[in-house]
Design a protein around this ligand. Sequence first.
Ligand SMILES: [Zn+2]
Length: 76
Amino acid sequence: MVENSKKKAYLDVAVSICPHCGAPYADASWYVMELGSDVECGTCGRTWNPKSHKVERFLIEFIMDENGKVVALNKR
Ligand SMILES: [Zn+2]
């Protein structure tokens, strides 16, 4: 019952790896999957498309207390 009383918010994210230098990236899924936008790697400066490379998509669950303060995160 305590768990059910908590407020929850979700963020849909996609995690990918730069194919040029191996730097990891996390972006909002709508940006990667819906737009299919290219990104410029902040580490090596080269441009690539996260949608065409290895991507893991999942939800981050934000558990909030009764005051709306985030107290925990879960991967869904
Ligand atoms: Zn890179």
